[in-house]
Structures are given as structure tokens and as C-alpha cells.
Design a protein around this ligand. Structure first.
Ligand SMILES: Cc1cc2nc3c(=O)[nH]c(=O)nc-3n(C[C@H](O)[C@H](O)[C@H](O)COP(=O)(O)O)c2cc1C
Length: 380
């Protein structure tokens, strides 16, 4: 894809370097437009080195070549203004085009995304807030600002802007207003208040799935025992036990449930406080009780359910997956052979099994496998 990034005069401009890296790594072609104020913060040379493309700035606009705001605007599939100063936001919202970056905005028919960055008072100013309503913005974050103030105004993180841009480019009408709940990580079952039983699930596949459904345009909730540094536009709920997962799934009231979390089949008897070594003696015997089977318990719920099965027994894996499909009344099972990709790996291979089909998604990154699963889920 062709990605045009506009940079304006904000200290957050250093984060744009990382944003560019994300697009370049993704195989996109990236070009930059700079405002005069932006050039006071960072030299075009930095961006030219990162993009291997000429940066468009007032001083080099040229009408005998394609180095001009009209051709740059036509070239791109999306125009992302990051950071967008309060000045640029307010001008853009009012159709003012008194510089190259804003002329490019008015000339651009592709989707345009603004990632504002400003001091809290500038951000919260009624004029700026009014302008936001007229533009497609990715909200800033709250925190300690470069000026030393604390509050809203920190430009969204590069990963958030990157994902939002992918969403603008890939959203599918089918997923619009559909609620997708993804579970990730491994359940944590307490022995006492300092010890627990869990498993090796890394949460990477669940995170990739949450991103994939977000990129496709769904309204995503990620319920996980892990921390996921993704985007505030994916609602994250931190949980521990199987009971927590179960309760939060029901609270999220989904249209689709993607159950990628690894839930312990058994949980230890819980003792409040801390079991004392002296009380236990030489040997500690854990009494384990059968845990709630979340998908089985949700059998009669109306929403669509996609289970995950991690197997080591290659010979019988498909048979086991088909059994749980029927027994738990699932719409699909994603079978994952741990003999090929163990917990924590960055890649996966999945057999997507429904009542009448078996599709293999061959070895690929978890991100790409997740996008394929999202497309397959659309047809179940
Ligand atoms: C050190 C410094 C940091 C600034 N940071 C911001 C900022 O984060 N957000 C903002 O709206 N303006 C910020 N400004 C003010 C803008 O640079 C100023 O409004 C400028 O006219 C913006 O022009 P532009 O929107 O064409 O880039 C900053 C100014 C300075 C000197």
C-alpha cells in the first residue's frame, strides 16, 4: 500500500520515526509531507533515510515532476497526519489550506487520519474539541506530557496509529457493529494468595486474533491473563481464573466468541492467606478439582463460538477436534499441533474445522494466520 504521512510542529514527531518503521516492515511504500514548523524539530534527512523517498516540503515543491501536493495526494491510499498540532487540526477542520500539508489534505480523496498531539489545555480547548468532531481522529492518550504537564494530549502510540490505519484500509462492512470477544493467555488458578497453577500459553495467538478482528472493523474485547500493549480501541479486560474468563465473556455480550485462551482443566483447592512451609512439611500434595469447561457451559448461548484445540497427538488430533465441535456445539475449531509450533512461538499452523469443512492455514506468522481465521469465521 502507499502511505503518506504528514508531520507538523509537535515534539511527538520523534514517534513518527517508529510509525514509519512499522509501515516499512509491513512492506508498504511510505512518503512524508512536512510543515515548516515540523522542520524545526527534525530534519527531512531522517525521514528520507527511513523511507528512501524524497520528503515533500515547501522548499522543494516542484510542478515539473510529481513532487507536489496534488500528485502526492493522488498517490496515497491513506494520509496520516501524525503528529497533528492543534493549529493543523483547527485549520483542517475549517478547510484552511495555507500551507503544503493542508493543501495535500484538501486535495486527498483517500481516507485521512489525524493523530493529535498537544498540551492538555490546547487539546481540551472548545475550538479544538469542535474540530475533532469534523475529522477522523485517533484520540490522544493521557499521561505526563513533554511540557511537564499531566493530562490528555500525548499522541497515540505508533502501534495504535498503525493498527487504526490498517483498519481504515481493510475494514469489511460485514464486521461493522459486530461484537467479537477474544480470549487469550492461560488461566491462573490460585493455590493460596501467593502461589498459583497455570500453563505456558503466551497469549500471542489471542492478541493476533484481537488485532485481526479490529483491523477487519469489528468491535473487539480482549479478555486475557496477560498484558497486551496494543490499542485502546480494543477493550482489554485482565482476568485470572476460569471463572473470571467465563463471567467476563458473558458480560461482553458478544456476537462471536474466539476462545484462544488455555483454560486449566483442573484447579487446586484454594487456601486464603499464605500456606506456611512449616505447616506443609516435606511433601506438598495438591488436591485438584475439575474446572469449569467454559465452552461447554456456553453451549446454549446464541452467539457463534470458535474453539481452539492444542494437541500433541498428531494421529488423533483431528478426531479430538471434531468431537469437541459436536460435544460443545461449536461453529468451528482451530486445531493447532504443538508438535509443530509450541507455546510462545511467533508462528502457527492451523486446521480450521467446521461441521462440513477442514481448511489448512499453512505455517505463517500468527498475525497472518489470525487474518485468515477472521476471514474464515465470516463464512461460518
Ligand atoms: C517546543 C515546541 C513544542 C510544541 N509542541 C506542540 C504540540 O505538541 N502540539 C501543538 O499543537 N503545538 C505544539 N507547538 C506549537 C506549534 O509548533 C505551532 O502552533 C506551529 O505553528 C504549528 O504549525 P504546524 O501546525 O503548521 O506544524 C509546539 C511548539 C514548540 C516551540
Amino acid at each position: 500500500m502507499n502511505i503518506l504521512i504528514g508531520v507538523t510542529g509537535s515534539i511527538a514527531i520523534y514517534k513518527t520515526c517508529e510509525l514509519i518503521r512499522l509501515f516499512v516492515k509491513n512492506g508498504d511504500s511510505v512518503r512524508l509531507v512536512m510543515s515548516q514548523a515540523a522542520a524545526k524539530f527534525i530534519s527531512p534527512l531522517t525521514f528520507e533515510t527511513l523511507t528512501r523517498q524524497k520528503v515533500l516540503i515547501e522548499q522543494n515543491e516542484d510542478w515539473s515532476s510529481e513532487m507536489n501536493h496534488i500528485d502526492y495526494a493522488k498517490w496515497t491510499d491513506i494520509y496520516i497526519i501524525a503528529p497533528a498540532t492543534a493549529n493543523t487540526v483547527n485549520k483542517a477542520a475549517n478547510g484552511i489550506a495555507d500551507n503544503l500539508l493542508l493543501q495535500t489534505y484538501l486535495a486527498c480523496t483517500a481516507p485521512v487520519l489525524f493523530a493529535p498531539s498537544a498540551n492538555t489545555n490546547m487539546y481540551n480547548h472548545p475550538t479544538t474539541q469542535e474540530s475533532f468532531k469534523k475529522l477522523n481522529i485517533i484520540e490522544a492518550n493521557a499521561g505526563l506530557l513533554a511540557c511537564g504537564d499531566e493530562g490528555i494530549g500525548k499522541m497515540a502510540e505508533p502501534e495504535e496509529i498503525f493498527l487504526r490505519a490498517l483498519r481504515e484500509l481493510n475494514k469489511d462492512e460485514f464486521w461493522q457493529n459486530k461484537k467479537v470477544t477474544v480470549t487469550a493467555g492461560g488461566s491462573i488458578e490460585k493455590i493460596d494468595d501467593v502461589r498459583f497453577v497455570s500453563n505456558f500459553s503466551s497469549g500471542k495467538m489471542g492478541e493476533a486474533l484481537a488485532k485481526a478482528f479490529y483491523i477487519k472493523g469489528a468491535d473487539v474485547t480482549l479478555i486475557s491473563s496477560k498484558e497486551h500493549n496494543i490499542t485502546k480501541e480494543i477493550k482489554q479486560i485482565k482476568v485470572q481464573s476460569a471463572e473470571d474468563y467465563y463471567r467476563e465473556i458473558l458480560n461482553s455480550d458478544p456476537d462471536y466468541l474466539i476462545m484462544a485462551a488455555a483454560i486449566s482443566d483442573f484447579k487446586p483447592s484454594y487456601t486464603s492467606g499464605k500456606l506456611k512451609k512449616e505447616q506443609i512439611g516435606e511433601k506438598m500434595i495438591l488436591e485438584m478439582n475439575k474446572n469449569i469447561d467454559i465452552l461447554e457451559s456456553l453451549k446454549d448461548q446464541k452467539f457463534k463460538k470458535i474453539g481452539f484445540k492444542a494437541e500433541r497427538d498428531e494421529q488423533n488430533a483431528v478426531k479430538y477436534a471434531k468431537n469437541s465441535l459436536k460435544k460443545k456445539n461449536l461453529n468451528a475449531v482451530c486445531l493447532n499441533l504443538l508438535t509443530k509450533n509450541d507455546f510462545g512461538s511467533d508462528e502457527n499452523e492451523i486446521i480450521f474445522i467446521t461441521n462440513n469443512s477442514e481448511t489448512v492455514f499453512t505455517q505463517d506468522t500468527k498475525e497472518n494466520i489470525a487474518l485468515k481465521i477472521a476471514d474464515a469465521v465470516k463464512h461460518i
